[in-house]
Design a protein around this ligand. Structure first.
Ligand code: NAD
Length: 427
């Protein structure tokens, strides 16, 4: 049941049920203990208040780790408003706790596309100064539907690969009206979040949903980018035989050298027991593949949008379908084969799990917070483009993480610094 929740300082949130807040607070407390870098930054921001008088709109997966980022921004003095970047990843208890702590939220688990669009619009009606986006829906909505408002935005940050692809197209077309930080492209983001975060949490989502064994199964990973590498690595760790499909010859060679079999989807489709798409591309599993899949083949997506597995083709081929259990939909083909789709083809690790581990999101969200500050504090020096996260921010997050883990590393000696800076190797 939708209900209007308690008023935040200036406005009312729209969430499922505010009475769920105590459960959400506990979830937030749990992740906070494992996010030491964000804890250090939060302490600093609470003293310096770098976001005082700023309204920040965030469209993110609304679960506990993201919740802690939002609380950190609030602690930095910001007025924070959030909506969900995916209808199935919203955790209603976490959202209730956020509202309880003074953040405005427009999100309900399982919300329809129409509701999603309405909530996004309500968030933008709050006239944010800056944004945090995940998939670039906020940026594109501002540019398409609210061009005058877009001109007033100071800037923002983008969390994921797919969003950055969209932003770079806008930049190329000279359409961007404010600077955006490509947080995904920071080393401390994609090396850890996309690879180790997705690698672990995708299998957590698939395992807890299916309750089946991965060992001995043929797992087809579609796309061998940062996420695909992690998903393949962890599938092998579980004892699966991994097949990779790619369109990029360099990535295909990388997968081979990493010890995986590489073949076209037309061949992999016959062999796979479990398919995981992580390409950021559309219809990478479609009709001709579904027609030759084995009985009981399971399909899951970990790419940002639910477009990688053609749900239209699956429905068109099926003579019947039913939800067998939470997050598992069965499609029966005319020849009697049963194909299964997990979590409606949405990000399986978030829609059917709790997303990335807290320690990994600690890094991504520390980058988010520092990049947001950067874009706000350096607006005059930035054009309306997509910017890489400055190396100093990446380095700072890396050092804080080592510090939090009690790990020390060596430093260059003066001689080594001079050697590396010189072209004269006899120095
Ligand atoms: N599930 C999560 O929590 C999570 C986390 C980070 C990123 N993502 C999303 O996952 C997707 C992939 O991200 P990434 O960082 O790995 O991107 P990436 O660009 O590093 O990798 C994508 C790979 O897919 C390949 N590809 C494209 N079309 C293909 C096709 N038709 N068949 C086979 N391979 C194809 C590309 O060549 C590339 O190697 C994006 O949508 C991103 O936003 C999800």
């Amino acid at each position: 049941m939708n209900s209007i929740a308690k008023a935040s300082p200036r406005r009312q949130s729209v969430i499922k049920d505010l009475s769920l807040a105590p459960y959400g607070h506990k979830k937030l407390e749990w992740v906070q203990q494992f996010m030491p870098v964000l804890n250090i930054l939060r302490q600093e921001f609470e003293e310096t208040q770098p976001l005082a008088n700023k309204t920040i709109a965030c469209c993110l997966h609304l679960e506990a780790k993201t919740g802690y980022l939002l609380q950190t921004l609030k602690g930095a003095g910001a007025d924070v408003i959030a909506c969900a970047s995916n209808p199935l990843s919203t955790q209603d208890d976490v959202v209730a706790a956020l509202v309880d702590s003074g953040i405005t939220v427009y999100a309900i688990h399982g919300e329809s596309t129409e509701e999603y669009e309405r909530f996004l619009s309500m968030m933008l009606d709050c006239q944010p100064d800056a944004i945090i986006d995940d998939g670039a829906d906020v940026v594109t909505t501002l540019h398409k539907d609210r061009p005058e408002q877009a001109k007033k935005i100071i800037g923002g940050c983008e969390e994921t690969t797919t969003g950055i692809v969209r932003l770079k197209s806008m930049d190329q077309d000279q359409a961007l009206q404010f600077p955006m930080m490509a947080v995904n492209d920071a080393y401390m983001k994609h090396l850890f979040d996309n690879r180790y975060g997705t690698g672990q949490s995708v299998w957590d989502g698939i395992n807890r949903t299916t309750n089946l064994v991965a060992a001995g199964k043929d797992v087809v990973v579609v796309g061998y980018g940062w996420c695909g590498k992690g998903v393949s690595m962890r599938a092998r760790g579980l004892g699966a035989r991994v097949i990779v499909t790619e369109i990029d010859p360099i990535k295909a060679n990388e997968a081979i050298m990493d010890g995986f079999r590489v073949m076209p989807m037309a061949e992999a489709a016959r062999r796979g027991d479990i398919f995981v798409t992580v390409t950021g591309n559309v219809n990478v599993i479609r009709k001709e593949h579904m027609e030759i899949m084995k009985d009981n083949a399971i399909m899951a997506n970990a790419g940002h949008f639910d477009v990688e597995i053609s749900k239209g083709d699956l429905s068109a081929l099926a003579v019947s379908s039913r939800v067998l259990k939470n997050n598992i939909e069965e499609f029966v083909m005319a020849d009697g084969r049963r194909l299964y789709l997990l979590a409606e083809g949405r990000l399986v690790n978030l829609a059917a799990g709790d997303g990335h581990p807290a320690e990994v999101m600690d890094l991504s969200f520390s980058l988010q917070a520092l990049s947001l500050l950067y874009v706000i504090q350096n607006r005059e020096c930035l054009g309306n483009h997509v910017y890489n996260v400055p190396a100093e921010i990446d380095q700072r997050v890396a050092r804080l993480k080592l510090q939090a883990d009690g790990v020390q590393i060596d430093e260059l000696t003066g001689e080594q610094e001079a050697y590396l800076a010189s072209w004269d190797t006899n120095l």
